[in-house]
Each structure stands twice: as structure tokens, then as C-alpha cells.
Design a binder for this molecule. Structure first.
Ligand code: NAD
Length: 250
């Protein structure tokens, strides 16, 4: 018996990396999963079906209301929309740079996708969750909010916005039996991060600043995701859980 048996989960930005692994973890626990991304999701869907899970994929840009409408229709056709994981983000492709070198177009793009995208997804999905009598939302924020790493000011601001939306949406949806929580991961060795030399310099100091002194893997996030997506967390809302190996600022 899986912890998410009978549930339908939708996840954004899940063609690769942390999102693809989270999609598979939810399918392994019995959920039917709609895997979405601006990129092709065939590989992530295949990984789930190869393991005996149920998944479908579709291209969804979280800044397109038309795409989000189609996403909700597809989820409803699959059985509903019990769990929403807002994972899509521009992150692993960022070249870190000082804030005074970030032009306004780049700043706007990061906030449009990472923060406004969550706002747009929530507007699209909430009527279906309310109609069903409740649901679970898990937003993927970032530990950068707490320590302000050099070179990522636009990204850090965008994830601060995600933490803020988590609190506000939880307050507005509490009486609808919809719990909205966030996970703030530390630097995680996703395929995108491993392929970006811009993150190399942060790796050593990040590991040194952790209570648990090792690199963080995408798998380290799965237990917290399943807790927040399942009925185990039914009286928890508006919270941001730091999954970062006990990072302390030094
Ligand atoms: P990633 O960049 O590999 O994955 C992000 C995914 O989002 C990509 O598949 C990308 O195609 C998709 N995406 C980008 N723009 C989109 C759009 N407009 N609409 C839909 N999808 C879009 O990053 P990752 O390392 O796998 O990170 C996953 C999540 O975890 C992100 O929200 C990231 O900000 C967060 N996070 C990552 C780390 C880390 O160190 N890896 C740390 C803290 C938080």
C-alpha cells in the first residue's frame, strides 16, 4: 500500500533533475503523476512507467495561462488534482554574477518564471482542488533565501517570493482544506547543478557549513516531499522546511 494511493499529482519542471526524481517518488507511492515541463518529459515519464508506475507527460510553460488550463484539464481526465508540486524554476542554467551586472530583462525573467509562475499555477489549479474538497501544494523554494549567496540575488529574491506566496496561499486556503507548504533545499547535486561550472566555487564552502558534512543529493529531498504531499502533514500549512543538512552560517 502506497502513501499516495488513489491520488493524482501534478509536478512542474520535471523533465529532469530534482523534479523528475520527485515525480517518480510520488508514482512509487501509488500516485498517478502528470509530469510537466517546458522541455520534453518523455524520459521522466518512461522512468516511471518502467518501474511500474502510472504517468503521463505534457509540455507546460508555467508562465502561460493557456498551457496551465490544458494541464488542469489533463489532470482532471487522469482522475483529479490532489497534489501540486511547484518545482519549475530557472536555476541550474544561471551564470552567477554580481547584482550590478544583472540587467533588468534577466531579473524580470527569473522572477516571472520562478515567482509569478507559482502565482499563475495556483490560480489555475485551486478551483479544481476546492471542488474536490481539498488538496496538497508543495512549493520548491531555496535555502538561498536564508544566507544570500553572492551571484544569485535575482534567484534568491525569486525564491523569497515563493516562501511569501506559500504563507499567503496557506492562509487564504486554510478553510478549504488545502495545505500549502514549501521545501527549501540546500545546494543539491542535480544533473543541472553538476553540469554548471558556475556552482563549483560554492560547493566546498557549502559542505563545510553543514552540520552533516557531505554533498546533498536529490534523493535527500524525497522523504520531506512525501510527508508534505501525504495525509501525514494534514495539520501543517504555511511552513517552509529546510532540507540542507543543518546548514549554519559561518
Ligand atoms: P533544473 O534547472 O535542472 O530544473 C528546473 C526545471 O524547470 C527544468 O527542467 C526546466 O526545463 C524547468 N523550467 C524552466 N522554466 C520553466 C517554465 N517556464 N515552465 C516550466 N518549466 C520550466 O534545477 P534542479 O536543480 O533540478 O532544481 C529543481 C528545483 O529545486 C528548482 O525549483 C530549483 O530552483 C530548486 N532548488 C534547487 C537547488 C539545487 O541546488 N539543485 C537548491 C535549492 C532549490
Amino acid at each position: 500500500m502506497g502513501r499516495l494511493d488513489g491520488k493524482t499529482a501534478v509536478i512542474t519542471g520535471a523533465a529532469q533533475g530534482i523534479g523528475a526524481l520527485m515525480a517518480k517518488a510520488m508514482a512509487d507511492e501509488g500516485a498517478k503523476v502528470l509530469v510537466t515541463d517546458v522541455q520534453d518529459t518523455a524520459g521522466a515519464v518512461q522512468a516511471i512507467t518502467d518501474a511500474g508506475g502510472t504517468a503521463q507527460g505534457m509540455k507546460v510553460d508555467v508562465t502561460s495561462n493557456d498551457d496551465l488550463k490544458a494541464m488542469v484539464e489533463k489532470a482532471r481526465a487522469m482522475g483529479g488534482l490532489d497534489i501540486m508540486v511547484n518545482n519549475a524554476s530557472i536555476f541550474a542554467t544561471i551564470t552567477p554574477k554580481p547584482f550590478f551586472e544583472i540587467d533588468e530583462d534577466e531579473f524580470d525573467l527569473i522572477l516571472r518564471v520562478n515567482t509569478r509562475g507559482v502565482h499563475q499555477v495556483m490560480k489555475a489549479i485551486v478551483p479544481t482542488m476546492i471542488e474536490a474538497g481539498g488538496g496538497k501544494v508543495v512549493n520548491i523554494a531555496s535555502g538561498t533565501f536564508y544566507y544570500g549567496p553572492p551571484g544569485l540575488s535575482h534567484y534568491t529574491a525569486s525564491k523569497a517570493g515563493v516562501i511569501a506566496l506559500t504563507r499567503c496561499h496557506a492562509r487564504e486556503l486554510g478553510d478549504k482544506n488545502i495545505q500549502v507548504n514549501a521545501i527549501a533545499p540546500g545546494l543539491t547535486e542535480s544533473e543541472g547543478v553538476k553540469g554548471n561550472p558556475g556552482f563549483d566555487m560554492g560547493r566546498g564552502p557549502t559542505v563545510a557549513s553543514r552540520s552533516i558534512k557531505r554533498e546533498m543529493l536529490p534523493e535527500d529531498l524525497l522523504g520531506t516531499l512525501l510527508y508534505l504531499a501525504s495525509s501525514d502533514s494534514n495539520f501543517v500549512t504555511g511552513q517552509t522546511l529546510n532540507v540542507d543538512g543543518g546548514k549554519v552560517n559561518v
